[in-house]
Design a protein around this ligand. Structure first.
Ligand SMILES: O=P(O)(O)OC[C@H]1O[C@H](O)[C@H](O)[C@@H](O)[C@@H]1O
Ligand SMILES: [Fe+2]
Length: 197
């Protein structure tokens, strides 16, 4: 998908790619980093966000976008590595997205760490599915999905979804998620998002 990985990997005749089974890091594939500055307005506490960004534009997560052709019959796969941290009392998360083709599911295998897969559909149904190393998560079609790292180490997942799915970030960027996961008395708690539109 327009990055170097689409040239490295042979989607016509097959390939292998290394991913460390604990850290998710690949020696072959080229990672993409998402920094704090790329997540403006997504965290609930704008003041805490501004203060954190002023201190350092830290990397919130890295993932391997493997360059699969975006068409039916293909499979997009890779790992994502969500670092531990918080903005105010809200745990770090991935931006989250719907699939442009809404009727497409996604499979995740959690390799290490702990957290939640936060999902919601356009009708307002939502769930926070707990994730930890060794567990697979099924994200059903029609659900936006975001991982949230509530642990002290990286939350590492391997994912696979249909090549035709596509990413719709706009809906989450403008509306936000209905729920947030924050730390209360040292433990994760799911609360309503005060900014949800
Ligand atoms: O796309 P984001 O919400 O920023 O998350 C980053 C990446 O991690 C996930 O594991 C997904 O399967 C990828 O499709 C996604 O691009
Ligand atoms: Fe997805």
């Amino acid at each position: 998908m327009g990055n170097k990985n689409s040239e490295i990997f042979d989607y016509v005749r097959g390939f292998t790619c290394d991913f460390d089974s604990v850290t998710g890091v690949s020696k072959t594939a080229v990672p993409t980093s998402r920094k704090l500055s790329q997540m403006k307005g997504m965290f609930a506490d704008d003041a805490a966000y501004a203060a954190a960004l002023e201190k350092e534009d830290t990397v919130v997560y890295d993932f391997y976008e493997m360059g699969a052709p975006e068409s039916e019959g293909e499979i997009a796969m890779g790992t994502s590595i969500l670092h531990p941290g918080k903005i105010g009392d809200e745990y770090y998360f991935t931006k989250g997205h719907y699939h442009s083709k809404l009727d497409t599911a996604e499979a995740y295998y959690c390799m290490s760490g702990e957290g939640f897969m936060l999902i919601e559909n356009p009708e307002g149904d939502w769930r926070a599915i707990p994730m930890k190393g060794g567990e697979a998560v099924y994200v059903p079609k029609r659900y936006a999905h975001r991982t949230v790292n509530t642990g002290k180490t990286d939350l590492v997942t391997f994912f696979a979804f249909g090549g035709e799915a596509g990413h719709d970030y706009g809906t989450i960027e403008t509306k936000g998620y209905r729920k947030l996961i924050v730390e209360r008395d040292g433990k994760p708690e799911i609360i309503d998002n005060p900014k949800w539109k």
